[in-house]
Every structure is written in structure tokens, then in C-alpha cells.
Design a protein around this ligand. Structure first.
Ligand code: SF4
Length: 354
């Protein structure tokens, strides 16, 4: 991830910005119990929780990354990926550092597991920056909290999302879904769209390779679907989570919640602490076909091949949205957002920007 640009208002390089944390309570002997994610860490004085960014100082829990950013960029919605949220639009995307998972295959480990350089920025400054840029780029439709795990930046995210919502901007969260129910409930008051990583259909995978659990993630998907637009990313790692039976079980589960949930099967490349070979394209195509038996919209990501990122009509197969890599190239929808051949409406949040 490239370092943050320097023209953010107030953007001096700083190393620490304490903010009093939300979602915790005092416990015995000066400890505190964090309630932000399902780890529920009992944090002794002077220590941090598993995420290493929430620290007990004198019996009070603080967020160490409160008004700090490591990355800020204007990204296409397709990069999140959120293919059905204002297709062709852009999101001012911000991230900090820290994560409540320890994925051995992390693609952003420099900011999730390490302590990179940061700049100071308040939630208000971030939203002001978006509003200023929207004057030049009308396709800037909102904000994304992304790059590292936004759950461990919750205080900043809640402030920024509430402010952005007041200004009519969309808020999107790119998350591992490992968040407590009270925190999720609060997030969903301002967040319109989520891309949630489901990393496997297998508790053993989660325990061995992420340090988390699958069940709370599935609960986040289910709860989020009641209030927001949800897309799911599944990174296919050869030999670890590429079983046809498991992927079919996940697809059936998602379909039972809503067959319109878009699923992005993402190609694995060796990174961080996991070697091996990139996912064969044949595996991705086979799993895409398996998912399509249950779900309307299934994509292959992280692999630039013609057609992988296009949106066909689930009813008649007509191409509705044509993409070249992360760019929306053409839209063939009617002005009402329907398929021009069979008239089926395309499920999406917002409008197409071309
Ligand atoms: S956010 Fe999760 S990992 Fe971090 S301190 Fe709280 S409970 Fe622990």
C-alpha cells in the first residue's frame, strides 16, 4: 500500500494519536474488557488487545490509531470490490493500521500487522477533502473505510461516516466482518454498503490461518444484509479453501439469505507468511460455475481476463455492465436500470457513472 499523500489538511507525519475507545468496560484489577470484536480481549494495564491498537492506560482503553491514516486514495468502487454500488463511481478511500486477524496470507500486512508511517487527519478533514474533490469529480459518490481492518478504527469511522452521511455521501466498509453486534449496529446506522471477506467455509481454516472464527463473520453478513448492500469476497487459496463442496455450501448459505449477494472469487498470490502457487484460473472458473447455480452475480477478481468482471443478466445472459480490469467500460442497461433484452431489473445501490 502506498503511503498517504501529504496534501491532507493537517497532514503532518506523527506516530501516535490517542483517542478514548468506545465499546469497553472496566474489569477487575485495573484490566478492561474490550467489546469491539468477538475476541473480547481482557486487557491488563499497559497492554494492548490482540489487534495491538487498543491499549489499556490506567484503566481506560484508548485507540492508538484514532486520527491517523496510512493510506488515502480516490479509488473506483470496482476496486473495493463493490460492483453493484454506483458502478463506475469513485470512493475516497482511507485506512489506518492494525487488524484483529492474523491472516498468514494477508495482502496488506504492511499496514495490518506492522506499524507504518502515518499522518494526522480528523474525520471532519477527511470528509471536507471528499467534498472538495467532489466538485472536480462528480463521480465521487462517497467514502470507503478500507486497506486495513476498519473495525479497529471504529471511533474514527463512526465520526467520518456520520458526517459524510449528512453531506449525502455513501459510506462503504471493506471488512473481515469480525465485529461485535453492538458495534455493528452502530456502524450500520451510517454505512450503506459493505464488502465482507468470508475467508472459508471452515472453522479449522479460520482458527489455523486467521486467528478468528467463521461463525461471527456469517452473523455479520446476515445482520448487515438487513440494513445495507452487501457483497462478499472469497480469496481462493489452493489446497486450503478451494473445495467445491465447501464453496457450494457457502453459496447455498448466502442464497438462503439473498441470491442477489454478489460474490467475488479472488485469485490468491503468495504473500506475507504464505507461499505456494497462485490460484489456477481453471479452479476459479469451476468455483464460479458452482456458485452460479445458487447466486445471481459471481465474479472472478485479481485476474484480468475478458469477461471475469462483467455483469451478465441472471435471467437471459445479456451483458449488462462491461468492465476492463477495474474500469467500467460500458453499460447496456435501460434508463430504469433494467436488462434491455428481458427487462429484468439489475440489483444495485445508486446509479451508473460513465
Ligand atoms: S478490537 Fe478485538 S482484538 Fe482489539 S482489543 Fe478489542 S476485542 Fe481485542
Amino acid at each position: 500500500m502506498s503511503p498517504v499523500r501529504r496534501d491532507i489538511p493537517g497532514g503532518d507525519v506523527v506516530t501516535e494519536m490517542l483517542g478514548k475507545a468506545k465499546f469497553w468496560e472496566p474489569a477487575e484489577q485495573g484490566k478492561v474488557r474490550c467489546g469491539l470484536c468477538p475476541h473480547s480481549c481482557l486487557v491488563p494495564a499497559g497492554k494492548t488487545g490482540i489487534c495491538r491498537v487498543r491499549e489499556n492506560r490506567g484503566g481506560t482503553l484508548y485507540a492508538l490509531n484514532y486520527n491517523l491514516a496510512t493510506s488515502l486514495a480516490l479509488d473506483p468502487v470496482e476496486k473495493k470490490p463493490l460492483y453493484h454500488v454506483h458502478p463506475g463511481g469513485y470512493l475516497l478511500s482511507a485506512g489506518t493500521f492494525g487488524c484483529n486477524f492474523r491472516c498468514r496470507f494477508c495482502q496488506n500486512w504492511q499496514i495490518s500487522q506492522d506499524r507504518p508511517r502515518t499522518v494526522a487527519i480528523t474525520a471532519g478533514e477527511l470528509v471536507e477533502s471528499a467534498l472538495a474533490q467532489r466538485k472536480r469529480y462528480p463521480a465521487l459518490v462517497g467514502m470507503a473505510y478500507t486497506y486495513n481492518e476498519p473495525t479497529v478504527w471504529i471511533e474514527f469511522v463512526l465520526e467520518a461516516a456520520a458526517r459524510a452521511k449528512e453531506e449525502g455521501l455513501v459510506n462503504a466498509l471493506v471488512t473481515n466482518g469480525y465485529i461485535s453486534r453492538p458495534a455493528l449496529r452502530e456502524v450500520l446506522q451510517s454505512v450503506d454498503a459493505l464488502n465482507i471477506d468470508v475467508k472459508a467455509w471452515n472453522e479449522d481454516f479460520y482458527r489455523r490461518l486467521t486467528g478468528g472464527r467463521l461463525k461471527p463473520v456469517l452473523e455479520t453478513v446476515e445482520e448487515s444484509l438487513k440494513h445495507a448492500w452487501v457483497e462478499v469476497t472469497y480469496l481462493v487459496i489452493p489446497g486450503e479453501n478451494d473445495s467445491q463442496e465447501e464453496v457450494a455450501a457457502l453459496a447455498r448459505h448466502l442464497a438462503s439469505l439473498s441470491p442477489s449477494v454478489p460474490v467475488h472469487l479472488s485469485r490468491f498470490f503468495p504473500n506475507y507468511r504464505m507461499g505456494g502457487e497462485p490460484t489456477p484460473l481453471e479452479t476459479l472458473e469451476r468455483l464460479r460455475d458452482v456458485c452460479r447455480e445458487h447466486l445471481h452475480h459471481v465474479y472472478i477478481g485479481n485476474a484480468a481476463r475478458p469477461g471475469y468482471a462483467d455483469t451478465p443478466c441472471p435471467e437471459c445472459g445479456t451483458t449488462l455492465l462491461k468492465r476492463d480490469g477495474l474500469a467500467l467500460e460500458r453499460a447496456f442497461l435501460t434508463p430504469d436500470g433494467d436488462c434491455p433484452e428481458c427487462g429484468r431489473p439489475l440489483e444495485m445501490l445508486g446509479q451508473v457513472w460513465l
